[in-house]
Design a protein around this ligand. Sequence first.
Ligand SMILES: Cc1ncc(COP(=O)(O)O)c(C=O)c1O
Length: 441
Amino acid sequence: MSRLEKHLADGATGNADWQARKEAAFSRAQSNMAPVYIERARNAEMWDIEGRRYIDFASGIAVCSTGHANPGVTAAVQAQLQRFSHTAFGITPYTSAVELAEKLNELAPGSTPKKTMLVTTGAEAVENSVKIARAHTRRRGVIAFYGGFHGRTLLAMGLTGKVTPYKNMFGPFPGEIYHAPFPVGYHGISTQDSLDALDKLFKADIAPADVAAIIVEPVQGEGGFYPAPDEFLRALRQLCDAHGIVLIADEIQSGFARTGKFFACEYAGIEPDLMTVAKGVAGGFPLAAVVGKAAIMDAPLPGGLGGTYAGSPLGCAAALAVIDIIAGEKLLERANRIGVLFANRLSRMQAKFPAVIGDVRAKRGAMVAMELVKNGQADQPDPDLTRDLVNRAWQNGLILLSCGTRGNVIRFLPALTISDELAEEGIDIVEQCLATLLGPG
Ligand SMILES: Cc1ncc(COP(=O)(O)O)c(C=O)c1O
């Protein structure tokens, strides 16, 4: 019996039935953007249980960068599955995890010798990066940025600089977390403004000598797809060096070829002390890592880091395949070409709809965004139009994601293996949906 036949035998006939069952069975807090139940997905396309096709500009939130059901990833995971699925790396390890750690150490920017630790999710990687930084510095404070997103566990949430819907009603959060403004030129916050705010924070809230780590996304993801200016990342590097603070680059969304470099912090030419990696690293399998300078990574005591599923064999097999695919299919170059395609199309769209497309951000490979506003004004966000566009898009066969602290950014995260034709077809849908929503004139 096929999955679809089973769905039908269970009494459900389509997406609406399953959505009703889902709403009855799940906490309302675990909501879904589109009431669309996926039956099959290949590369940058998905099909739902009613046979409807979708172009995927979300890639499972920047995870399936090598495309859905990539044959190389699937074969590697199937081969691993035949051998064993789990032994617990902390009990009886396996060679694939060691090979993966060696590769991650090589790929991490900078010449300082690196070491790795593997976990399962991005939030876990973030939590562990803070633990490692605290063990290394024996200090307590952590500085993060407004608009940053670092995950949904309590420490990661505490670091996150976006309240709704993530933080409402969940406090108190762990202490000793401080937030500073992230530089966003489009909103009038310069690198100097952010550095001045850090200086004030050091005077008003916590001495730099008590700060264990500064955590920053080289391109803010959930916060609105704002690339950190190169000079800002370089200034943070200098600040951390001056005060013995651990600089953590959260590359969970921006890493693994998404931006046209292996890691987005390479644009600024900096070497972070620690880097968090997840999402695209394992092409759809749950795997995450902290990769960093060996001396810092070795600060916690033996046994101080780990977890039952940490570095799952299936995730390791997938990640080794993903690394080969990125090299073999030249996906760094491809990410940049996709970025150019989107940049051209979106700037033409902006010229057509100047009052609503306030900003197009397409200078970081295939991590592209447009910000929707009213009257062409950066300070007049249009979250309603953004939500309507996302909804209209899936109704017309395109999976789009929004983001931004004001809820007014459309982010584009296509698979790096998407064809130009499919990317163009998806952008056509965006344009048609926007034109329909805005109406004549
Ligand atoms: C930059 C960043 N950090 C951390 C996370 C959390 O990762 P996960 O959802 O795998 O816990 C995310 C997820 O969106 C992210 O984008």
